[in-house]
Design a protein around this ligand. Structure first.
Ligand code: NAD
Ligand code: TYD
Length: 376
């Protein structure tokens, strides 16, 4: 199979590309990425020379380029991750989100449709897999501020029910109700993907995943931003009162789910992917500060004073919580890591890779493509 991964130089995409390149030596993995501020080829330095890997720098909003690449590499399957992904940026610059997330997705759908419909086998053994977010479902209420047992359990929580801050969860049937320009653009792209299934018969799958954490996440998102700020003794800006709840999943567990769903998921389906792991922001930040101080050899409480409550994000969704039992039931997927273990592993990675953090915050990494790829 020739598989096109878009956004493979970003946070989640780099984990997906690494997994596929190493696991399927007989498949060609083509990584299409524009290398925006969020794309960093250093994330993939370890697999760069592999014979089944190609990198192509292109903009998904450029219909001609996307059409050419899909034909040139005779693409059979697409795993589409390229996107503008940060809510705060979408509040400042919504149009870029519409261009990349909506128009870019539509260009890819068109390119795939045109190429696959020109083949004698048509859509047989083809798949357009679109990676989306739980944020399209809007916000859940926090009905149980002290936490209650959720009505389902996972291996990752040692077979026990996990703690939830409300009785409702996002399921695959939850109505879309996006609030930020980011989630509105992702919702729009999801609708276009479904429309290509219903109108043209294209085999598509959509997954909606909760907040990811782990190595190689750009330090504008909560966890890497705060670890980096603790390294430099800078304030940790917690929005509002830190009461908002997010459901956190270790990025390699997401990549494993994507591989499984790409190969065994049912075309035409949607799957929710979540960590069964709800945290109030302030509790997460306190845990993060504790782990980071310990790993830095600081005395307990050393960085507590950096926690600063700042003006809330406009339209800040109260609670996200995913019910991913469909994926558990149909394909046997579950998160593998308990959060405490995943958080320690993540913080350790950022502290051991201070050079990576410095290079992405200084902008140095943007030169890497020119140094590595010029003349190729
Ligand atoms: P990211 O911002 O780290 O990476 C995005 C990648 O897309 C970057 O490599 C960037 O260069 C590339 N890109 C951006 N615009 C492009 C364009 N016009 N053409 C080609 N490439 C372009 O994002 P991420 O956190 O890895 O998220 C990947 C996908 O997963 C996104 O679609 C996002 O909506 C979805 N998602 C993310 C999370 C999360 O917690 N991070 C959770 C659920 C779903
Ligand atoms: P983020 O990592 O931006 O992911 P998302 O907005 O997609 O959930 O933020 C996670 C949570 O942390 C979210 O509720 C907003 C909050 N947050 C802060 O309190 N301060 C910050 O500086 C950032 C970046 C996020």
């Amino acid at each position: 199979m020739n598989i096109l991964v878009t956004g493979g130089a970003g946070f989640i995409g780099s984990h997906v590309v690494r997994l596929l390149v190493n696991k399927y030596p007989d498949n060609l993995i083509v990584n299409l990425d524009l290398l925006t501020y969020a794309g960093n080829l250093k994330n993939l330095a370890d697999i760069e020379g592999k014979p089944n890997y190609r990198f192509v720098k292109a903009d998904i909003a450029d219909a001609d380029a996307v059409g050419r690449i899909v034909r040139e590499f005779e693409i059979d399957g697409i795993i589409h991750l390229a996107a503008e992904s940060h809510v705060d940026r979408s509040i400042k610059d919504p149009l870029t989100f519409a261009r990349t997330n909506v128009l870019g997705t539509l260009n890819l759908l068109q390119a795939a449709r045109s190429w696959w419909e020109s083949r004698p086998e048509g859509y047989e053994s083809k798949l357009f897999y679109h990676i989306s977010t739980d944020e399209v479902y809007g916000a859940l209420e926090m009905t149980d501020p002290d936490g209650v047992e959720a009505p389902f359990s996972t291996r990752a929580s040692s077979g026990k029910a996990h703690m939830a801050f409300g009785r409702e969860f996002f399921t695959e049937e939850t109505r879309y109700d996006p609030h930020s320009p980011y989630s509105a653009s992702k919702a729009s792209s999801d609708h276009f993907v479904r429309s290509y299934h219903d109108t043209y018969g294209m085999p598509v799958i959509i997954t909606n995943c909760s907040n990811n954490y782990g190595p190689y996440q750009f330090p504008e998102k909560l966890i890497p931003l705060f670890v980096n700020n603790i390294r430099h003794g800078k304030p940790l800006p917690v929005y509002g009162r830190g009461e908002n709840v997010r459901d956190w999943l270790y990025v390699e567990d997401h990549a494993r789910a994507i591989d499984l769903i790409f190969h065994r998921g049912k075309p035409g389906s949607t799957y929710n992917i979540g960590g069964f792991n709800e945290w109030k922001n302030i509790d997460l930040v306190r845990a993060l500060v504790r782990v980071t101080d310990r790993l830095l050899g600081n005395p307990e409480g050393h960085s507590d004073g950096l926690i600063t409550f700042v003006t809330d994000r406009p339209g800040h969704d109260c609670r996200y919580a995913i019910d991913s039992r469909k994926l558990q039931r149909e394909l046997g997927w579950e998160p593998s890591l308990q959060f405490e273990e995943g958080l320690e592993k993540t913080v350790r990675w950022y502290l051991d890779n201070g050079e990576w953090l410095d290079s992405v915050t200084s902008g140095d990494y943007l030169k890497y493509y020119d140094e590595m790829y010029s003349g190729r």
